[in-house]
Ligand binder design. Structure first.
Ligand SMILES: [Zn+2]
Length: 413
């Protein structure tokens, strides 16, 4: 596992310390049509490093973002709990930042307009930036003006030049997908109005490590963030993080609030200092903490396989629920194919009738569960387990039980 000359995305140091090696995997959103199943699939290494200087956890860029994100299977609006999260955020933001008809909200990676639609309802002008043409179209059908492009300094300058600077600049679950982090953050600085606020949400590395969430690592996610890594990085680009919230989404996320460093109207809150302290207590500023993660991941795999083998040996029939990106990392890393899961189901019609990348498990509509009556349903998007167990509670009619793989195998009667 020798890397030659790969450099940290934040500080440029050479990456010499592996965090975890998940073997080789196909791109996790490359679902196969039946006609593609007799072809080969490209597999790329899924080997993650930690930077010894700034502690950014990161993947080499094996695949160009244009290849990954120009046609994307992920539509945010398919998750009810995510929509609720978006609506609550909008309520909070409109009030806290006093947004109205004169304001400008810009969202980076605005997907299908799942979030901006709620600002629009309140009469706040919005602009979405979304490089995936198919999901951007869905946003435009909702009346959300959307630029079908990748966000960078150049686009930021065009927008600022046209007088479209953001009073609120939002990026939810996009930072991980940015290969040129510095350029992206510089772009945010350019497009942010003088007293504007940036809010970014991303999965919290501390939770990933504590709760074995190795399946949230995939090629589409280049970086994994702690506040320890991101706070000094933002300062170096003239942005100051003045508040931070811990959220339950995606297995535990951070929402950071940032502003221009020269805008002193919003003082840095205690929350920032407190969380930096908590990360230090957890050892996120020491390399040894990161090197322990790898063994934890292997053990999680062994336990899951242990459960699946026992379930199959005792005649159990197992189906999956969901075909999310994280599911595909889990299935590929653990080597789970139709020898364990007869099929999986997903509410997204784009995925129905296709096969999971690499492991080639057929994906059906959720109604298939009622027809097949499996003994176990393995929930792959475990972050949505409560919502899914409620929606599909009817599996109990035939004695079916839910299984959640992460942080460790748990069977729900
Ligand atoms: Zn670094």
């Amino acid at each position: 596992m020798e890397v030659s000359g790969t450099r940290c995305r934040i500080c440029g140091s050479e990456l010499r310390h592996p965090f975890v090696d998940l073997g080789a995997s196909p791109l996790c959103e490359s679902f196969l049509a039946a006609s593609e199943c007799n072809r080969m699939e490209p597999f790329y290494p899924l080997c993650v490093y930690v930077c010894e200087r700034c502690f950014l956890v990161q993947l080499e860029e094996y695949v160009a973002p244009a290849e990954i994100f120009s046609q994307y299977a992920y539509f945010s609006s398919y998750s009810e709990s995510w929509l609720r999260h978006a609506r609550n955020y909008v309520e909070m933001a409109v009030e806290r930042f006093a947004l109205g008809r004169e304001s400008q909200v810009i969202e980076l990676a605005s997907n299908d307009g799942y979030l901006l639609q709620y600002f629009l309802e309140k009469g706040v002008p919005v602009l979405g930036i979304e490089p995936a043409a198919n999901v951007a179209e869905a946003a435009m059908r909702k009346g959300i003006s959307t630029e079908v492009r990748f966000f960078d300094v150049e686009l930021a300058r065009e927008l600022a030049g046209a007088g479209r600077r953001a009073d609120l600049l939002i990026g939810n679950n996009v930072l991980a997908q940015v290969p040129d982090l510095r350029g992206f953050v510089q772009g945010m600085k350019v497009v942010l109005a003088p007293t504007g606020v940036i809010t970014l949400e991303f999965p919290h590395l501390l939770r990933l490590m504590r709760e074995n969430q190795f399946d949230t690592i995939y090629h589409e996610h280049f970086s994994y963030f702690s506040l320890t890594a991101i706070d000094p990085f933002f300062r170096s680009e003239g942005l100051t993080i003045f508040d931070v919230e811990e959220l339950p989404t995606h297995g535990g996320s951070l929402r950071i609030f940032a502003r221009h460093s020269e805008d002193d109207s919003r003082p840095v809150g205690d929350g920032v200092t407190r969380l930096l302290g908590a990360e230090r207590d957890a050892g996120l500023d020491r390399l040894e903490t990161y090197s322990a993660f790898s063994e934890q991941v292997k053990e999680t795999k062994r336990r899951l396989l242990d459960f699946l083998i026992r379930a199959k040996r005792s005649g159990g029939r197992i189906a999956g629920y969901g075909a999310p990106g994280k599911g595909n990392t889990l299935l590929n890393y653990c080597g789970i194919r139709t020898d364990f899961l007869d099929f999986t189901v997903d509410r997204n019609p784009y995925k129905q009738g296709r096969f999971t990348p690499g492991t080639r498990i057929p994906i059906y509509a959720p109604e298939k569960l009622r027809e097949a009556k499996p003994d176990y349903v393995l929930i792959l998007p475990w972050n949505l387990k409560d919502e899914i167990m409620e929606q599909e509670s009817h599996i109990r009619e035939w004695g079916g039980r839910f299984v959640v793989p992460i942080p460790e195998v748990r069977v729900y009667p």
